[in-house]
Design a protein around this ligand. Structure first.
Ligand SMILES: *Cc1c(COP(=O)(O)O)cnc(C)c1O
Length: 410
């Protein structure tokens, strides 16, 4: 991309830019696209294509990257969850597609372990599904040892069950292969939310190989695609249903000549209108951007990527050595597999807390957004994945300025 020497687009709009030392959060506008991805999106914007042909080619590429039968580029992982639920409820019935999110008389229950509930499962409910929670994660309280038990899925399944939702985390219980084995016995599809489970890149294939029927990934997180992009992969019939409920069909059925790799027209008794997925529209720029980013992500050597990130973290850690009131640690691999700098705040000495420091950094000039996920433990985390060239020096200077100052006023 050409970079103008004068004002960037945000300066022209009068919007300040921030230093994102947190990670690709939606509220922080995600990460920084690689120039090849931005260029591919700009190129995509200069042509028109048949969107279903573009998605069909995407399906082949996503299938190749994940081992799934088919795939679909969505407007984010949450959009993918909504489409996944819609697909499991409507299947290939155009009448049901047209009715969603009204699920009267349909299989509409989605079973989920209580310990895996999170605000993204709203997306499943948005398609019209009803979440059925199971299990008491009493290991959380320290008193017990249990999370959801396998038999509890079996006990909750009935003739209204549409699917099982399983949220992927390294600590998710029960394990996916066991849930899949049970779901197969009951003839139920398993939807896996793996939005944030990259890296490692092997996870692109893992959940499909463990038997998941549908898997979603975020395009705007580690893959480095556009913020409003995601991946839905899985069984061909379910992906076809998702596509039918997302694409625009303002044509005559006899006029519709869909690419056979994504649609089997003979399996359809009729043509649905634009479905529940229409609100999660995904444009050609996002589709091309996601596919380009995925190609680069797969070509990237993960050790080299890790080394690049580690070098940025080492710069920050070195620059913060000896700061007042805090201990600096360079962590080569956090639980997420990414390096980070952890700053443990000595609140007694500083007179302010880790959360105060996060607030001061974000409210200062330029705003520096640190990761606040561990402030309860007194730790402020700095991550490398969304930094631009020159940002490490800004982070160091701003942290030093804040730690050098007196007690918090906030
Ligand atoms: C980030 C995330 C999502 C949402 O992903 P988007 O691509 O932003 O829609 C869904 N589920 C989980 C577990 C996530 O971490």
């Amino acid at each position: 991309m050409t970079r103008r020497s004068n004002a960037n687009v945000y300066e022209q709009l009068g919007v300040r830019t921030i230093v994102n030392a947190s990670g690709p959060s939606t509220r922080l506008s995600g990460g920084i696209l690689r120039p090849e991805v931005a260029a591919a999106m700009a190129d995509a914007s200069q042509w028109c294509v048949d969107l279903s042909e573009l998605q069909a080619r995407g399906s082949e590429l996503l299938a190749g990257a994940t081992g799934a039968e088919a795939g679909y580029v969505t407007a984010g992982a949450a959009a993918g969850l909504m489409l996944a639920a819609a697909a499991c409820m409507a299947k290939l019935d155009p009448a049901r597609m047209n009715r969603l999110p009204d699920t009267t008389g349909m299989q509409n229950e989605v079973i989920v372990a209580r310990s895996q509930r999170n605000m993204y499962d709203h997306a499943v409910v948005q398609a019209g599904a009803k979440l059925v929670e199971i299990g008491i994660p009493d290991r959380f309280s320290g008193a017990g040892v249990r999370d959801t038990q396998l038999w509890e899925y079996d006990a909750a399944a009935n003739e209204r069950t549409a699917a099982i939702l399983w949220v992927a985390q390294p600590h998710s219980e029960p394990k996916l292969p066991d849930v899949v084995a049970l779901a197969r016995r009951r003839g139920l599809p398993v939807i896996v939310d793996a939005a944030g489970q990259l890296p490692p890149a092997e996870n692109l294939r893992r959940f499909i190989s463990e038997g998941a029927d549908l898997v979603v990934f975020s395009g705007g997180k580690a893959i480095g695609g556009p913020q409003a992009s995601g991946i839905l992969v899985g069984r061909r019939d379910l992906i076809q249903s998702a596509a039918l409920q997302q694409l625009d069909h303002d044509t005559y059925f006899e006029q519709w000549n869909p690419p056979p790799s994504l649609f089997d027209k003979s399996s359809l008794t009729g043509f649905p209108a634009s479905g529940v997925g229409r609100v999660a529209k995904c444009g050609k720029e996002e589709i091309v951007g996601l596919l380009t980013a995925l190609k680069l992500f797969l070509a990237d050597n993960s050790e080299e990527r890790h080394a690049r990130w580690l070098a940025l973290c080492a710069e920050i850690a070195d620059g913060l050595q000896g700061v007042r009131g805090a201990r600096v640690a360079l962590v080569s691999r956090t639980a997420r597999g990414v390096p980070a700098v952890e700053l443990t705040i000595r609140e007694d000495e500083l007179g302010f807390s880790a959360l105060d420091l996060v607030k001061r950094l974000q409210d200062g000039e330029p705003p520096v957004h640190a990761n606040h996920s561990r402030v309860r433990d007194g730790i402020v985390v700095f991550g490398p994945t969304c930094l631009r060239g020159g940002d490490t020096a800004v982070v160091i200077a701003r942290v030093r300025a804040e730690l050098g100052s007196r007690a918090a006023t906030a």
